[in-house]
Each structure stands twice: as C-alpha cells, then as structure tokens.
Design a protein around this ligand. Structure first.
Ligand SMILES: Cc1ncc(C[n+]2csc(CCOP(=O)(O)OP(=O)(O)O)c2C)c(N)n1
Ligand SMILES: [Mg+2]
Length: 407
C-alpha cells in the first residue's frame, strides 16, 4: 500500500477509481478520512436505541477472508461516549506532554496523540474478559482497561499513587486485562500469543489483541508468534498500528511489503481505516467474532498517524515534513471526525461537544493536581513487588554489595 493512502489528498477520488494491485490482493485505495461514514435513515429519539451507519466503501481491505460488513450499529449514547473518551485521552496526553517539557516527567514518554481512534474504537468492541497488550503508546489503554487518568499521570511523575506505585513509569502500566506497555520492539507479540494460548487452554470465549507498530513488523519473533498462533488456532488478533513511521524511518524504507495485513501467510488479514473510530469498532468486533468462533488468529492493520515523534525525544520532523503533519491534523483528525458525525447527524451541537471537551480538560487538570500532591515512593518500597508476595528469597542485594534486605 502506498503512503498516499494515509494522506488522502484531493485527488483521492481519481486514485480510488484506478485499479491498483497491492501485494497481489487489492485493487483500491484505503479510505483514511475520519468522517467518511454516512447515517442510514433517521436518528432515533432515545439515546440507547440503535441506528445504522454505512462506512465508506473503501474502509477495509481483506486478505484470505471477506471484509467486515460496512454497516455499523450504534446508538447516540455510544457515539457520545466515544467522543468523550477520545477527548479525554487527548487531553491526558497533552498534559503529559506539558509535564514532560516542564521536566516533571523524566525518562521515556510516548504519546498517542493522533491515534486515539484505535484504542477507543477497540475498547468499544471488546470487554474486560478480553486481553490487550501493546508497546509504547499505552496510556489510553491503561485508562480504558480499568485504570485512571490520575493513576497514569502519577505513574509518569513517579508518585506512589501511580498505577505501578510510581516504580514503573511510561510503558510499565498494567491492569488485570491489560498487559502493558512494553519497551522492547516486538517483544509483546509472542507474549500476546501466550495469553491467547491461556485463553484457549482455559476454554474461555475471549480474545487477545497483541499490538505492535509498523516499525516492529519485521521482527523475527512476530513471525514466530504468527506461526504458533496459526498452528494452534489461538484466539489472537495481531494488530499492526501502521502510522507510517518507526523511530526515524518510514515504513517504505524499512519494509519490503507495507501491506502489513497480508504478512501472516496462512493467517487472514484485514486492513482498516484507523482514523475513523467507527471503522476501528467494526474491525475489532469482526476480529473478536472471528477469533472466538474458533477460526484461529487474524492480522489486523490500522492505518493511522501519530502527530508527535516516536517518543518525546524524537522531534518527529526529520523523516517527514511539517507540512505532512499539519495536513493530517487539519484534514484527518480522528476526534474532529467523530465531532463532525455528532454535529451533522444532530446528536450534539457545537456547544455541547465543546462542553464535553471542557469537562475532559477539567478532569485532566484535576488529575494532574492530585497526582502532583502524591509523594514519590519511599526507598523501602523498592524492595516490594520484585517477587510475588510470599515467594521472596531469604535476602536480596540492593544497589551496592553492602545494601542487603532480609525478608
Ligand atoms: C529490540 C529493539 N530494537 C530497537 C529498539 C529501539 N526502538 C524503539 S521504538 C523503535 C521503532 C518503533 O517503530 P513503531 O513500532 O512503528 O513505533 P511508533 O511508530 O508507534 O513510534 C525502535 C527501533 C527497541 N526498543 N527494541
Ligand atoms: Mg510506527
């Protein structure tokens, strides 16, 4: 797939009409607009009453399987929830950005600004019995999978109210249904297959979403995990968040095949618009049904875009132009996309969406205040959580040879 896909320039119409072959399986460009879906019929009165939306014809590409249906069922309440969650996630990440720049957050920090539709859309299609594991961009999942904004921010600040008691930091945040946050490129993918193995072994009708970036897609362990998952038909969805770049390199420069959804060999794949939250929802719903009905694993590629660099220490402008970033922000922003749906379909007016944004900002500000009030963990706390409680060895060495803790 070409990079032009994500840019969806003015000539997208002409390109779509052209017959193109990508990896021998595709003939059309993928839609990457955040607001290309259409309301079917009229809107119901009640907030919890279902209505239907038609996704753009080019929302999905598929490999060795039929694509998901283009008809999505949703409700007004769900649409408002999606918008609220996405604005909250962005406000949280913006606060992290500011705290990092103020040198209050130290070490690594990766922000998901631009990619909010992926985490929020996925969460809307799965439940707490399903499992998610990801790499660096983990803050939204940590909140959506049972954590709190305060818990994430306090963790990044290294405070004891943090989700890992201030001892982990970014990428080291977990909940019972979220296995982190992982910093070694690709390493979480086989772990995800292992979690899916446990789900199959225990006979649970649940699924694991093992996420990785385009920059991790050439790792050998990704293919080893694919192999075992298909061999044993594990309920594992391998999710490639294709934001077009790794850490300083474009996917085109690093990958001989940038159609990441076709890379599973015998494993079917779906490529989906990762900027439209409804497309993400539909793709994840499809993936959950596919894997939990015993069909084995699936590769799911979301075409998305991050506005910032790989991490706070990457300006993100040495391997792509400022113009490109600006164009993506102004024409394909995921939050703006759902706001357009809410406004155009008459679910919320402009003032109401603004109020939601204001509430998200206030919630994050409150979380930052509370997180800052929390103290760093005392030194004695560093002896805890190394071993599972009750399984500690008789003693443990500290930073120096004479620093010994007897349990
Ligand atoms: C095994 C390993 N090699 C290299 C690195 C350094 N590194 C960190 S991120 C990254 C590229 C990540 O690209 P991608 O997965 O596309 O991430 P994103 O676009 O979300 O930033 C690299 C090479 C690492 N963390 N682990
Ligand atoms: Mg990437």
């Amino acid at each position: 797939m070409s990079f032009r896909v994500a840019l969806r320039p003015a000539r997208a119409q002409a390109l779509k009409a052209t017959s193109l072959r990508v990896a021998g399986v595709q003939s059309r460009f993928l839609e990457t607009s955040a607001a290309a879906s259409e309301l079917i019929g009229t809107l119901p009165e009640k907030g919890d009453e279902e209505f239907k939306v038609k996704l753009s014809n080019d929302t999905f590409h598929s490999y060795r399987c039929d694509p998901p249906s283009l008809e999505v069922s949703t409700t007004k309440d769900k649409m408002i929830e999606l918008y609220s969650q996405m604005t909250l996630m962005r406000r949280m990440e913006q606060a992290c950005d500011a705290l990092y720049k103020a040198k209050m957050i130290r070490g690594f920090c990766h922000l998901a600004i631009g990619q909010e539709a992926v985490a929020v859309g996925m969460e809307s299609a799965i439940n707490g019995d399903d499992r998610v594991i990801t790499s660096y961009r983990c803050h939204p999942f940590a909140v959506l999978r049972g954590g709190t904004v305060k818990g994430v921010i306090a963790e990044l600040l290294g405070r004891e109210d943090g989700m890992s008691k201030g001892k982990g930091g970014s990428m080291h945040i977990f909940t019972p249904s979220f296995f982190g946050g992982n910093g070694i490129v690709g390493a979480q993918v086989p772990v995800g297959a292992g979690i899916a193995f446990a789900q199959k072994y225990l006979g649970n009708k649940t699924v694991t979403f093992a996420m990785y970036g385009d920059g991790a897609s050439n790792q050998g362990q990704v293919f080893e995990a694919y192999n075992m998952a298909k061999l044993w038909n594990l309920p594992c969805v391998f999710v490639c968040e294709n934001n077009k770049y790794g850490m300083g390199t474009s996917a085109e420069r690093s990958s001989q095949n940038t159609s990441f959804f076709t890379r599973g060999d015998q494993i079917p794949g779906i490529q989906a618009n990762g900027m439209d939250v409804l497309s993400v929802h539909q793709a994840c719903k499809f993936a959950k049904e596919w894997t939990t009905s015993g069909k084995g694993p699936l590769v799911l590629e979301f075409v998305t875009y991050r506005y910032g660099g790989h991490s706070m220490s990457d300006p993100g402008t040495t391997y792509r132009t400022r113009d490109e970033i600006q164009r993506m922000r102004s024409t394909q922003d995921a939050i703006n996309g759902i706001k357009i749906y809410l406004n155009n379909w008459g679910i919320l007016n402009d003032k109401e969406t603004k109020n939601i944004d204001k509430a998200a900002k206030a919630e994050v500000e409150q979380a930052v205040t509370e997180a800052k009030e929390s103290k760093p963990p005392g030194l004695e706390k560093f002896w805890e959580d190394v071993y599972f409680k009750g399984t500690e060895p008789p003693f443990m060495r500290g930073r120096t040879q004479d620093e010994i803790k007897y349990f």
